[in-house]
Design a protein around this ligand. Structure first.
Ligand code: HEM
Length: 361
């Protein structure tokens, strides 16, 4: 057989790719029998979904690569070689950039008039982005807790999917998630060895800092006495929350939380710069994942108002609920409110010899 040289279109399989923008007719039961587009705008609708699904494919690959670098399944005690952290950072950064890009794409679908969408929308029912199995894989791989999910009509999301579409999601559920990998990696940071008594010292310094803040507010001439009292209560709660952050949850979570604060506090130490960058990239990824949800909900509001979704949900109400509730690293992000400057900690900086062992293997 003669070997063919690749051309632009053979390498990219453009014939196949550009031959699937006509939907199946669904009349004959065969996916090969297609129908004509019902409206000029239907091509936009199809291309938008297809391109976003292609980008989802890349985000999945990047998230998986980042996860494998920091916490390979079955190797929970593995030291992460120093060089792997910048690589994991670049995969997470690209995942965030991809979501930023996808969020920007909603302006393109908004060039379609709502009434034009209505001219073909009925033909789509009951299909919905709700059934995007790659999106569900992304949520599971990122580490969205199943217990946090919002069901509609008492049924979980997979009840709305064809059984053969669930296989990938089931597989992801058995794997380590990105969150688990990050938490595991954090929990292996030898905080107490590098800085004996770190958590107690930190909490004392934090409490002193909060008392200073409360004293400033107590002198605020713009507040009525009952407002000052309410603020004092808020400051006391802030101390309780900081203590709970370090002391509640299982040992892995407690260690991970201590490590998050430790790395953030001493981020300028040369050996902690890349670990800090990794945490920043993980939070950045989640931020853009969430912004995608918010932006999708705004686009949907413009396109269908408060109508029931094509998948049968409450539409915008459901989408806003998931955007507000679904979190991956919410606990880490919220702990930013407990951070205090390192100079407020009255002890020597962490021991580089211990950290070197941890991060350089
Ligand atoms: C006219 C354009 C669109 C409308 C009106 C729309 C509407 C909706 C609605 C109402 C839902 C909630 C489930 C339901 O009842 O159907 C939903 C879910 C979803 N849509 Fe869209 N959508 C549009 C475009 C897109 C695009 C371009 C994407 C990109 C792939 C997308 C991805 C998703 C995803 C992933 C979900 C599941 C979200 C979740 O469960 O949290 N949608 N969409």
């Amino acid at each position: 057989m003669t070997k063919r040289s690749p051309s632009y279109h053979t390498y990219l399989q453009l014939d196949r790719l550009l031959d699937c923008q006509l939907p199946p007719s669904f009349e004959t039961g065969s996916d090969l029998d297609t129908r004509e587009l019902l409206h000029h705008e239907e091509l936009l609708f199809i291309v938008m979904h297809q391109t976003i699904e292609l980008w989802f494919k890349l985000v999945l690959a990047d998230l998986e690569a980042a996860r494998d670098l920091i916490g390979r399944p079955g190797e929970r005690d593995r030291q992460v070689p120093e060089d792997d952290i910048p690589r994991a950072c670049s995969y997470l950064h690209r995942g965030a950039e991809l979501f930023r890009h996808l969020t920007g794409q909603f302006t393109i679908i908004e060039t379609m008039a709502p009434l034009h969408f209505l001219s073909f929308r009925d033909q789509l029912i009951p299909s919905s982005g709700f059934q995007s199995w790659q999106f569900r894989e992304l949520e599971v791989l990122a580490g969205l807790p199943e217990a946090e999910r919002i069901n509609f009509e008492g049924k979980p999301y997979f009840a709305h999917m064809e059984p053969e579409r669930r296989a990938g999601i089931d597989r992801r559920m058995k794997e380590m998630s990105l969150r688990e990998a990050v938490v595991d990696w954090l929990a292996r940071t030898p905080v107490e060895e590098a800085f004996p008594g770190f958590v107690d010292t930190f909490l004392e310094a934090h409490a002193r800092y909060i008392d200073e803040q409360a004293a400033h507010q107590a002198r605020n001439p713009n507040l009525a006495p009952e407002q000052t009292a309410a603020i004092r209560g808020r400051f006391e709660r802030a101390k309780d929350e900081a203590r709970a952050f370090f002391r509640e949850g299982d040992e892995t979570l407690r260690r991970a939380h201590a490590a998050f604060v430790f790395i953030s506090t001493y981020r300028r130490e040369p050996l902690l710069r890349w670990p800090y960058a990794l945490l920043e990239r993980a939070l950045e990824f989640e931020e853009h994942f969430r912004l995608f949800r918010f932006r999708h909900a705004r686009m949907v509001e413009r396109m269908i108002g408060l109508r029931v979704g094509s998948g049968g949900s409450t539409g915008v109400e459901y989408l806003d609920a998931t955007a507000g509730k679904y979190r991956i690293f919410g606990d880490l992000l919220h702990s930013v409110s407990y951070l205090i400057e390192g100079a407020r900690l009255p002890v020597e900086p962490p021991r580089p010899d211990i950290l070197r062992f941890r991060y350089q293997g």
